[in-house]
Design a protein around this ligand. Sequence first.
Ligand code: FAM
Length: 437
Amino acid sequence: TQSLRETLKEVIPRKQEQLKKLKLEHSQAVVGEVKVEHILGGMRGLKAMLWEASVLDPNEGIRFHGLSIPDCQKVLPSAPGGKEMTAESMLWLLMTGQVPTVEQSRELSRELAEKGDLPAFVEELLDSLPANLHPMTQLGIGVAALNRDSKFQAAYEKGMKKSEYWTYTLEDCIDLVAKLPALAARIYRNVYKPGTDLAPIDKNLDLVGNYSNLLGFGNNQTLTEYLRLYIALHGDHEGGNASAHTSHLVGSTLSDPYLSYSAALYALAGPLHGLANQEVLRWQLAMQEEIGTNVSHDDIKAYLWRTLKGGQVVPGYGHGVLRKPDPRFIALQEFCQSIPELKQSSIIQLVNKTFEVAPDVLKEHGKTKNPYPNVDATSGCVLYHYGLTEFKYYTVIFGVSRALGAVTQLVWARALGLPIERPKSYSMDALEGLIKN
Ligand code: FAM
């Protein structure tokens, strides 16, 4: 069977040709206009980036190389004994645009497991960090430190050809994805379970199987399957979101994949982005504390209004691009509904009930362009139900996942020879000058 590297070697020349043709024939074609609202409004909706692995439709949600989430759930290989798509199947799809065979995805699992151990100095570095340093800060530090062994950086120092950039980038990207479970689990152990042993990496397990095992939840098949789905689903959400864009921007300077992804993690750590899943749980638990578990729709409505009148956002609702309920939210909710135990869970029921009320309240509030839930509205509650209750840790799991899309783009950006990013900025005075002219 063809390996990931062999498949990429076949796919890349086709894409390089496509790019050449686009440049040659359409460089001057107009696909949109730049308005002052784009410059003042966080570039929302501005068509300004090339991103191969996925495209987000405001109404349908994300598609990975054209495949919707339900499509992926049907065709992407699962782990032995499981049903949910694995992280490595998703990585393969994102990287190559092709659905891997079961054998290909297992082969990738084996390679990742073989490369999964951390260098001793990174273990020592993590162990030296204070337990009250936010787990996301720790993850970024650990990922950045891995760049000591960057193959891209070493080859760049020696002097490599531009056409070789992507091959070394790919090696770093595989190494990075492989080491994320050990890195993320060590942080969990150090912060929340000090003094306990970490399981060794099992060479026969997939990436998320190992992650779950290292976290101490390896015996919980339902949680492990949930994590597989969660990590595959969060893998990529086109290029303009803050974490993906950060990784791409930093990578465009030819910083290696470790530094690029470390930077992305600090964008993910913001409460308007990835940290929202921690915020959702904090907010839902505070609601439960204040109004109890057996709540009516009116109780939730009143609580939502208290949040909004307090000048806060409702975490887990709204989106920069989406204008309908997030299909990732729906896929995770369906997972919960398919497991009787989860269906009965009080926190999952509360999330569900909130979904029945919040869109109307947000519509009445009238500010957000999207009153529907995003993926973060539900992603933490299954973790919580099964005893992974340390919600400051939740964004780390998101961070393990988002690497799939970010590293894919790093490989493609180098394969396509994309340049350093450098958009033009203006002061308000200069902008007024532009408007007058
Ligand atoms: N609750 C209350 N107000 C909201 C809101 C929410 N959930 N979502 C948006 N708004 C407000 C927003 O603050 C803005 O108010 P101002 O005009 O006073 O500044 C107004 O509605 C227009 O915002 P928008 O154009 O609809 O949204 P943006 O594209 O500016 O922002 C989000 C998008 C995601 C940052 C925003 O909806 C939000 O803050 N949501 C809550 C936090 C959250 O769930 N983030 C996670 C997003 C997720 F998909 C991810 O990245 N993982």
